[in-house]
Write a protein that binds this ligand. Structure first.
Ligand SMILES: C[S@@+](CC[C@H](N)C(=O)[O-])C[C@H]1O[C@@H](n2cnc3c(N)ncnc32)[C@H](O)[C@@H]1O
Length: 248
């Protein structure tokens, strides 16, 4: 999918993006605790949230670690950046991830959450970030796997297989860039009212859903309606892979 189509996707969902993620209690703080741990984030660090969107994870990180310097929040979509809360202590950078990685800046820790699948040349991205990280720095990738266990229609789950990044492949690329790598994961049980989840799917809350035509999406929703006819609440497990690279 072209960068233009991806930008249109985030332009469309920017306004409701933060709301989508608040559907399951302590979901965001729980993911963040593991991020902080794997990044070995400390108050002195210069921290970059690359593809940081509306700043949900930056805000949740700042709740747990009082960073002394503003977070560098980079995103390709001006619409997503427009929805970053005004009082969040960030430096907003409207730039694509690869271009940012080429800038002559230094930083200690970088988070890329659910964005790396939008970057084609990941090898160059990781190599550039490796060069620009301080010694002892870390780059953490957090994302859902290709094989998602969501109550979606079958064609969407099938397309996600080629849409989301493969963690083994990411770990290999980080290693080739010079990082020492480590892996972990978080499994989070969701319970979402069926109607709410169907609305999220109808509004194409995941970028893979934006690759379906309105007719295909309507057909997919009919399939979901049949598959979950008896359910009021949809229960499913969200799996997040954490792949970290440490710079010696
Ligand atoms: C699924 S959202 C994740 C946002 C945030 N990391 C989070 O988890 O809430 C993906 C984000 O990546 C941004 N994005 C897509 N392609 C990008 C690129 N090439 N460079 C930088 N950001 C990009 C989108 O605008 C969007 O904000």
């Amino acid at each position: 999918m072209s960068q233009e189509v991806i930008d249109e996707h985030y332009e469309r969902i920017a306004e409701r993006y933060s709301e989508y993620l608040s559907y399951s209690g302590d979901f965001v703080p729980a993911l963040v605790t593991k991020m902080i741990d794997m990044l070995r984030l400390s108050e002195e660090d210069v921290f970059v949230d690359l593809g940081g969107g509306t700043g949900i994870y930056t805000a949740a990180i700042l709740d747990q670690v009082k960073l002394r310097q503003p977070v560098v929040l980079v995103d390709f979509s001006s619409d997503m950046l427009d929805h970053v809360p005004d009082d969040l202590p960030v430096e907003k950078v409207h730039m694509d991830a690869l271009t940012f990685s080429e800038q002559p800046r230094r930083y200690d820790k970088v988070l890329i959450k659910e964005t790396v699948h939008h970057v084609d040349d990941r090898q160059a991205l990781f190599q550039n970030l490796y060069e620009r990280l301080e010694p002892g720095g870390a780059l953490l990738l957090v994302h859902v796997p290709p094989d998602i266990d969501y109550p979606l229609f079958e064609a969407a789950k099938k397309r996600a297989l080629g849409w989301h990044a493969n963690p083994d492949e990411l770990e290999r690329l980080l290693g080739e860039a010079g990082f020492r790598t480590a892996r972990d994961a978080v499994d989070w049980p969701h319970a979402v009212p069926k109607q709410r989840y169907f609305e999220m799917v109808a509004s194409q809350y995941m970028s893979v859903l934006s690759s379906f035509s309105p007719e295909e999406l309507a057909e997919g929703l009919r399939e979901m309606e049949e598959a979950h006819a008896e359910a009021e609440v949809l229960e499913f497990t969200d799996h997040f892979d954490y792949v970290v690279g440490y710079k010696p």
